[in-house]
Ligand binder design. Sequence first.
Ligand SMILES: [Zn+2]
Length: 444
Amino acid sequence: MYFIDGKHAKVELRSQQEIDGIIEKLVEAGFRPTLRQASHALLNAIGIDAGLSSAVCSDMMRSIMTEQRFHISKYRSLPRERPIGDIFCQDDSLLMVQPDRSMLVVCEIRPHGTNSRLEVFANTIYEAAKASLDGRRLRGMSFDWTPLPVHYYDEYGHFHHSAARRESNLAMKPAHMTPQEIESSRLLIEPNYRESLKRLVQVGKARAVDAKHDTDPGTMDLLIERGLLRKEFLVRCRMDSSTLCTVESREELESGFGERLRCPNCGRTFNKELLQEVYVPTSHAKSLINGSHWMTVWITDALIKSGVDKNSIYWGATAGEDEIDIIAEIHGQKVFFELKDREFGLGDAYPFNSRMQRYGADGGVIVSTERVAEEVKQFLNEQQALPILPIEGTEEVDSTLSSFVNRLSKAMAVRLAGKLFMLVELNIEAIVRAWIDGREAKVV
Ligand SMILES: [Zn+2]
């Protein structure tokens, strides 16, 4: 997942020289301005010895990288010169600064798991402005950085409002899970453990001999160790096999009431009767198996590992009869999840698709522990409106979700960068895309 963050301040830069002066100070502070470096390298290649912070270098950047001079008439109401900022690749993040009319905007794109440098960057820009602009200009500016308005995050400013309105009648619960639930859900990915436990939850309890007959003893032992099953002992009459009582352990019978109480049928003391070991699913196990809740826990954990903020994940969103297993918000994009611990058929696809439309999803993910039916895949291909990603089986879920989240956040990062430099008609998307692809290649 790539995080995208931005701030803006009421700082109106009126000329290219003003932003050039600020960037010159950033260079002195150790920042490397990608666009100016490219322009500098180009000048150097044709034998022109111009400094990185020179006007010649800045002019060349404007001439070769933007289309400003050809399209001036489109923005007649704007000043003729629209100053160009820069983009900085620092450690593992991309930082950008760009004047936008009466504002100065700073942005950061970084992979999850790295610390944000945006605050430091914004402060450095303030220091750079103090060092490069004259006092009278500075007095009219306010370097109070505030979060970027929401319209930056989407091409269509109306999107967020309409999505919020459509979802107002959807009751959403925050995701909540314990480390034990996560660990158990990971264990239940194995069909062996899952099927054994499902059978036991269905019948309530089973004799150990039978349970061990259905699966290997190791499976039961691990389910017990993880608190999904517990052992119990039935005391049964040796004569007619009726159940006399239940005890937690053999030891319980050896002292006290085991010697005192007698069977009403055959007259034996309880400790002389038949002791039968049974397995009982714990409430922890039942809560995970019922409604395939373990899948919700598992997919939520996989999303969090991909970098999605836990606070952006909601469970069991309902409206009337409709229920959505998981809703994850990734950079304002609402992704709906439908989870099935069985084959996903066409009868599942239609209602999911209509719920997505009704509650304003931007995309969907289907997870089936078995397979997604061919006719569903065909139906999904025919669906032009909303993209739905089908995931079959359990093995590829983590990696598929991780690359899905990366792809989605990359698209948003590229879009935001594009938006930021749109006013100066500079195509920055290719740089952001190449930077992310380069990182991914290194990580893999
Ligand atoms: Zn008896």
